[in-house]
Design a protein around this ligand. Structure first.
Ligand SMILES: Nc1nc2c(c(=O)[nH]1)N[C@H]1C(S)=C(S)[C@@H](COP(=O)(O)OP(=O)(O)OC[C@H]3O[C@@H](n4cnc5c(=O)[nH]c(N)nc54)[C@H](O)[C@@H]3O)O[C@H]1N2
Ligand SMILES: Nc1nc2c(c(=O)[nH]1)N[C@H]1C(S)=C(S)[C@@H](COP(=O)(O)OP(=O)(O)OC[C@H]3O[C@@H](n4cnc5c(=O)[nH]c(N)nc54)[C@H](O)[C@@H]3O)O[C@H]1N2
Ligand code: SF4
Ligand SMILES: [Mo]
Length: 674
């Protein structure tokens, strides 16, 4: 029997698409877009469609597994839960609850995925991860500048004269914005792309600016310098709504245009052109996450924010510094779901430094790690160190759908459900403001269970079962409980399938900022309160000739590791044959320097590791640039994170993934990586 179910894409992605799922005999046979979704309008990408292949894959984990003498053996849920609960009770008694680390990322955008925190808080409080490898530097930067990170609604783009895509790979990562870019062009709106790689978005742009990686902040200073020279800064905004402008002026005066041109490798006239463009309001800027994954990432985003502010593009229709859109997630009652008040002990490591944290923790040492919604061995920088850390603990528990490189190291692997097998509400705090209802379409295969069921069963065995004694609907209602005044209820959501959350289309239009001063802060009070330099600065990537000439001589090329086209991080590699090989993309000058041709095998190397792959030459890319897409599995050649540094950004909360120098040489065979 066939049935159709409306659901949602659960993947960590800008777009949060509505799904239309076709089911036959308890099996998902097709995933399409939900034509009634106001933003995504029936269009979804290949990653969404391929969730069908993932869900039905013969590689799905179907039973709890325990490693005995190095081999996984199938065990019952009863045994798995009893043993894990007993170990947790024992650890709490002997060492304290913080001897357990919860390692996670955000692989599933479901509201009920937050119940993991309810579990760990009720257990007494574990060692948690703070910051974000993904966008921590930029979020913190916008919190310093505006008080929060908010974006304009997707349709506001049609109020703009100019659109600047700055370090966002829109065609690949944000497909509905890409459609708006194509449409906006038809409306006569001018499009500029700033990126070291001439990508598919650059191809449709009126102007493409090729920039040296990590130098975007310096470019922003150059544009502000030109705005000032031409008398085009917006005095009204600066005088009425900001503090600290004089510090920015002093910084801008510190550096000459000639130095800026040399550092950014962008010609002077193009920088002048950008100043004229920013003065022709309204200009909307879509910042991507690329340029903040550097040591100077926070300062870079702050300098771009500053440019947008100085040019008067904040709080106006068609303007904006669109990075995250945290107002979406803030609509939910997350405290009701996570019960922070039940936490008695706490300790945290940053997400970037979790490996050091594990290896160096004392009082208490880490006894157990529980991994949910994440694949750290592949996705967290400096793989060799991560692997060492995750192998070092007494008990590693991984909850996943597949035997990932992280799960392979585990002592217990617990099989979990996919989006099609559970009911939840999905949203992303990245782009649009709709939440989607996702109804279970089929029963889970084998013995796979939802994360919620696993927390419930463990809680019972640990003596706090009552905390989980709620139905799915009751939990969802808890999450929606702040929205009643806006007429948003679970019943209405079930009926309509997607509802717009009460968020602002044009953030900051009242010019009341959430900073300590209530103004836009060119010099950050919050930054200073946290012990950082609150002023905007001249900062460079850590691994660059500007900061470390010796390293730049040893490893002369800049390695980016951007998001793959056909996979969400590591998730699609096992189900798409064409992805199962490492591809090393090099700019033409690198190929010429090293004597590489398309199809050759090459090896990348630096002090952290090596990685072999097939060479592909990028026709247009900034000189000295190499890219390997992130997410590759060990058995298909290995993760690019074998090479990346696990540093923290200048403001402490982001990663330095792209701040990575490498060497490259031609080698004979691609077979073994280490
Ligand atoms: N296909 C696909 N889409 C995805 C994902 C996926 O895995 N696959 N993941 C989702 C997630 S979790 C996220 S966080 C988003 C990320 O979305 P994006 O921010 O669009 O993607 P990234 O791959 O992080 O890289 C962004 C761009 O930054 C550029 N870049 C790198 N360094 C610099 C620099 O120094 N300056 C400038 N100007 N540009 C630079 C890269 O060339 C790339 O074009 O994508 C989401 N969408
Ligand atoms: N070099 C490099 N590294 C990067 C990046 C980069 O650009 N370059 N990007 C970074 C970014 S932006 C991000 S967001 C991170 C992403 O890092 P991760 O979130 O760790 O990446 P995923 O591959 O999505 O892995 C998530 C795992 O969760 C599992 N999973 C999916 N749904 C569920 C569920 O409902 N429950 C449970 N328990 N598990 C589930 C999946 O099967 C998968 O194995 O990677 C970061 N790493
Ligand atoms: S991965 Fe992103 S673009 Fe693709 S279907 Fe999911 S939400 Fe939509
Ligand atoms: Mo991300």
């Amino acid at each position: 029997m066939k049935k159709e179910v409306i659901s949602s894409c659960p993947l960590n992605c800008w777009d949060s698409c509505g799904f239309h799922v076709t089911v036959e005999n308890n099996k998902v046979i097709k995933v399409d877009g939900d034509a009634n979704h106001p933003i995504t309008q029936g269009k979804i990408c290949g990653r969404g469609r391929a969730l069908e292949t993932r869900a039905n894959s013969s590689d799905r984990l179907l039973h709890p597994l325990k490693k005995i003498n190095g081999q996984f053996v199938q065990i019952s849920w009863e045994q798995a839960l009893a043993e894990i609960a007993e170990k947790m009770a024992d650890i709490k008694k002997k060492y304290g609850s913080q001897a357990v680390l919860h390692s996670h990322d955000y692989a599933n955008n479901g509201l009920l995925k937050n119940l993991d925190q309810r579990f760990f808080n009720s257990y007494g409080g574990v060692t948690e991860l703070t910051g974000s490898i993904c966008w921590g530097a930029g979020i913190e930067a916008q919190v310093w500048d505006f008080g929060d990170s908010y974006s304009h609604s997707p349709h506001d783009i049609y109020h703009s004269k100019h659109v600047v895509i700055w370090g966002r790979n829109v065609a690949r990562t944000n497909m509905h914005l890409f459609q708006h870019l194509q449409e906006a062009k038809k409306h006569g709106i001018h499009l500029t792309v700033i990126d070291p790689i001439y990508n598919a978005t650059a191809k449709i742009a009126h102007d493409y600016i090729s920039i040296k990686p990590g130098m975007d902040g310096i470019l922003a200073i150059g544009i502000i310098k030109e705005l000032r020279r031409l008398g085009l800064e917006n005095h009204h905004f600066i005088e009425q709504y900001s503090i600290g402008y004089e510090d920015l002026v002093a910084l801008v005066d510190e550096i000459s245009m000639e130095e800026i041109v040399n550092m950014t490798e962008i010609p002077h006239d193009r920088i002048t052109g950008l100043a004229e463009l920013y003065a022709e309001r309204p200009v909307t800027t879509y910042l991507g996450l690329g340029m903040q994954r550097y040591k100077n990432g926070g300062n870079t985003i702050r300098l771009i924010d500053a440019l947008i502010a100085v040019s008067g593009n904040i709080g106006i229709q068609g303007g904006g510094a669109n990075f995250g859109n945290l107002q979406v997630g803030q609509s939910f009652n997350s405290n009701a779901l996570t019960l922070p008040e039940r936490k008695q002990k706490k300790r945290s490591f940053t997400m970037m430094k979790q490996a050091e944290g594990i290896l160096e923790a004392v009082d208490p040492e880490i006894q157990m790690i529980m991994v949910t919604c994440g694949n750290p061995v592949t996705q967290v920088p400096n793989t060799n160190l991560v692997e060492k850390a995750f192998s070092s603990v007494n008990t590693l528990v991984v909850i996943d759908q597949f035997m990932t490189d992280t799960a392979a190291l585990a002592d217990y692997v617990l099989p979990t459900t996919t989006v099609f097998e559970e009911t939840d509400i999905y949203y992303a705090s990245m782009y649009h403001g709709y939440m989607n209802y996702g109804e279970a379409a089929v029963t889970p295969p084998g013995e796979a269970k939802s994360d919620r069921w696993i927390w419930t069963e463990l809680a019972k065995r640990l003596g706090f079962g009552e905390v989980f004694d709620y139905t799915v609907d009751e939990f969802l209602e808890m999450g929606l409980s702040k929205l009643k005044d806006h007429g948003i209820t679970l019943d209405r959501l079930k009926e309509e399938k997607h509802l717009l959350l009460p968020i602002k289309d044009v953030p900051w239009s009242t010019y009341e900022f959430k900073t300590p001063s209530g103004k836009y802060e060119f010099t950050s009070t919050l930054g200073e309160k946290k012990g950082y330099n609150g002023k905007l600065q001249l900062l460079f990537p850590e691994e660059s000739s500007a900061s470390n000439m010796e390293l730049a001589r040893k490893f002369p090329y800049q390695l980016l590791s951007i998001h793959p086209m056909r996979s969400n991080h590591s998730q699609h590699y096992p189900v798409i044959k064409g992805l199962q090989e490492v591809k090393i993309e090099v700019s033409q000058d690198v190929a010429t320097d090293v004597g590489l041709e398309e199809g050759d095998t090459a090896q990348l190397f630096n002090d952290r590791g090596t990685l072999k792959g097939k060479v592909k030459i990028m026709k247009i890319a900034h000189p000295g640039t190499i890219n390997v897409d992130e997410g590759q599995w060990k058995r298909f050649g290995g993760s690019v994170n074998l090479l990346t540094p696990n540093g923290e950004s200048d403001n402490g909360l982001g990663s330095t993934l792209y701040d990575c120098l490498v060497g490259i040489k031609k080698v004979e065979s691609v077979s073994v990586n280490n």
